[in-house]
Design a protein around this ligand. Structure first.
Ligand code: SF4
Ligand code: SF4
Length: 399
């Protein structure tokens, strides 16, 4: 693994430490300044045995807040990869890392069987024994017909690109297996205004769960495959859109820094809400003419959406919809961070991290919460008991 960042870009201002939710929740974590650039200087001399990197949730609040642009979370992920290199990966991390492959493997099995298999007390006990905390929320598999419907559009574009153009949807694992309805809502929105939308079967997991589990080589393999697929689609003139902020960040921005030995091909991947919002600004969607939704909503901006640097497109969209009253709760990380808060020893850290957000949502008096990230939706539902939707689902219902 070659490194391209210079830890001396860090001025030791400690702003990142103030913004790190894990450092705030536990004294076990040295914090981003120490675990990232400070220890990177030791790692440059080959000292990789620092288990503090295991505490980093990869939420990226350090990167977002650093005034010097130091990619702290990238240091941490590469450090975790080096730390795990010669170690046996525990079954819990294999399960989490390869969850995308498992989802694909069981894609023809009805949801009631999968959900009974995953969520019955005996399985939860066994999962707890291997390190998945039995108190943690596990997302439920979506009905089989929805999972199959999403991947019905896997054909490649053959000349007729719709009157507005062609979009390739990279649904990501969460939407593919747990919430395909979100992908279907996005397809219906885009088709309504003249896009042809396909869901290419060649995309695989973005590799983030593998990277966070220390499975660097497997993550790199996925990155290489996705880069080839994305480049091919881009060359056909297609716009790549993902409903998952983490997938958009990983495929569209992070591969190059994480896998610097591979071809430096960067293909833009648009986060879905920001793509639709850009169409609203162009006047393509008539939001003002949408059916009024008489709901009081609480909006949560996912950490990885903020790391994309695109603002809060979901909030902007909702604010323009007739009848909607939406509060930006702006109360930090949800604590789940993909699968971080599901792990034994991390569940308490995640719950403590998310507690401020959950309290703010409850205090807002909202009946429904909205967020772009599937992991945040799972966490908020678990922490507040409120239903949580993707902003484009609400828009699709209103238009
Ligand atoms: S990625 Fe998140 S948990 Fe990790 S060091 Fe940065 S702020 Fe802290
Ligand atoms: S990484 Fe950035 S925010 Fe953190 S101490 Fe260094 S310069 Fe400051």
């Amino acid at each position: 693994m070659s490194r391209r960042f210079n830890p001396d870009e860090c001025t030791a201002c400690a702003v990142c430490t103030v913004h790190c939710p894990v450092a705030a929740a536990t004294p076990c974590f040295r914090g981003p300044k120490m675990t990232g650039p400070a220890f990177e200087r030791l790692r440059l001399f080959g000292l990789h045995d620092d288990d503090s990197v295991e505490y980093c949730s990869n939420c990226k609040n350090c990167d977002i807040s650093c005034p010097s642009g130091v990619p702290v979370s990238t240091f941490n992920m590469l450090a975790r990869a080096a730390y795990s290199r010669d170690k046996k990966i525990p079954p819990r991390d294999l399960l989490i890392g390869f969850s995308g492959d498992i989802g694909k493997l069981v894609r023809h099995i009805p949801a009631f069987l999968l959900n009974f298999g995953m969520k019955n007390p005996l399985t939860r006990l066994l999962l707890d024994i291997i390190g998945l905390d039995k108190r943690a929320p596990l997302p439920a598999f979506a009905p089989l017909n929805q999972r199959q419907a999403l991947f019905r559009n896997t054909k490649h574009i053959s000349g007729d690109k719709g009157r507005r153009g062609a979009v390739a949807l990279f649904p990501g694992c969460f939407v593919s297996y747990y919430e395909p309805g979100v992908g279907l809502d996005i397809i219906s929105l885009l088709e309504k205004v003249g896009y042809e939308v396909i869901v290419p079967g060649d995309f695989v997991c973005c590799g983030l769960p593998l990277l966070c589990a220390g499975l660097y080589d497997a993550a790199r393999e996925r990155a290489e495959k996705n880069r080839r697929t994305a480049l091919g689609l881009h060359e056909q003139g297609m716009t790549i859109v993902s409903p998952c902020p983490s997938c958009a960040l990983m495929v569209g921005q992070e591969y190059e820094a994480l896998f610097p030995e591979d071809a430096p091909v960067s293909v833009p991947v648009h986060e879905a809400a920001s793509f639709v919002y850009s169409l609203v600004e162009e006047g393509v969607f008539d939001i003002a003419g949408a059916r009024p939704i008489a709901e009081r909503l609480a909006y949560h901006a996912p950490c990885h959406l903020r790391a994309l640097g695109m603002g809060r497109p979901g909030l902007e969209l909702l604010s323009r919809m007739p009848g909607v009253r939406v509060d930006d709760v702006n109360a930090g990380c949800c604590g789940l961070s993909g699968s971080y808060g599901m792990k034994k020893g991390k569940y308490e850290i995640g719950a403590q991290t998310g507690s401020g957000l959950f309290a703010a949502i409850r205090e807002s008096g909202a009946q429904l919460c909205v967020s772009e990230c599937g992991s945040c939706r799972t966490s908020i539902e678990h922490g507040t008991g409120l239903p949580v939707a993707h902003p484009l689902t609400l828009l699709a219902r209103a238009l």
